[in-house]
Design a protein around this ligand. Structure first.
Ligand code: GSH
Length: 239
């Protein structure tokens, strides 16, 4: 199998976690934003990552990929057999992919506007050195403008909503190791993947690992949530 991805996309992380949970081998194709997405369009009929190529099948969208893998590699199951639990998992996954994903993405963009290390590290590996330097050295006035533009879309009330949701997740995960039922499910993986944008896990490598959105990544109230996230990731690490 081949996974076409952006390394730091949370939706691609979600698919990598599903592949890891099922112990499946695959190779990664790092897509270059812009030009690489034209090739992706030729391959899949749309321009977003992740895309999984499994033999003659080409599947776009992290949820469609997860369901494809669940069908072809049912063990360990990431969707519970019990219909009510299954419905809970699918609802939580959808919430993580939409409301939580939107909040995390905007919070990260805002943080990257103020942090040159963060915004340079998030550039694709294939970014030419001169462009990398340009992005890192952008004067604070320009980046401040970007921060303000994002601030209009992601205002204080959105930030409060994200913070509140994260505190609720912290409560849920303090009470039990899995969000639904007593086994790891797609709901856990979808949430864990989005949390990577708020505080980058060790697998993101230096200088991103441990960095993230200030006020969230370093908030003591949310420490148990990031610890839970790290435990889920440790469980899936090879070896
Ligand atoms: N619903 C999709 C969302 C995928 C998505 O938003 N991908 C982003 C990267 S995180 C992307 O490819 N953006 C590039 C673009 O839209 O041109 C999924 O679950 O896979």
């Amino acid at each position: 199998m081949q996974l076409h991805q952006f390394r730091h996309s949370a939706f691609c992380e979600k698919v990598r976690l599903v592949l890891a949970a099922k112990g499946l081998d695959y190779t990664v194709v790092e897509v270059t934003p812009g030009l690489g997405q034209l090739e992706l369009f030729r391959l899949s009929g749309q321009r977003q990552v992740p895309v999984l190529v499994d033999g003659s099948e080409v599947i776009a969208d992290s949820t469609a990929i997860a369901l494809h893998l669940e069908r072809h590699h049912p063990l360990p199951a990431l969707l519970p057999a019990d219909p009510a639990e299954r419905a809970q998992v699918l609802l939580l996954e959808d919430w993580a992919d939409t409301a939580l994903a939107g909040g995390c993405r905007l919070a990260l963009l805002q943080a990257a506007g103020a942090d040159p290390v963060l915004r340079t590290a998030l550039l694709p590996d294939a970014t030419p050195a001169p462009l990398r330097q340009l992005v890192s050295g952008l004067p604070s006035g320009v980046m401040g403008g970007m921060g303000e533009a994002i601030g209009e879309v992601f205002g204080p009330q959105h930030r409060r909503q994200l913070q509140g949701n994260l505190e609720q997740l912290a409560q849920l995960t303090a009470a039990r190791p899995h969000l639904v039922g007593d086994k790891l499910s797609l709901a856990d993986l979808a949430v864990v993947a989005q949390l990577s944008l708020l505080r980058f896990p060790a697998s993101s490598g230096a200088p991103l690992a441990g960095r993230g959105v200030s006020g969230i990544a370093d908030n003591p109230v949310l420490e148990p949530l990031f610890n839970w996230r790290d435990q889920v990731l440790a469980q899936l690490a090879p070896g």
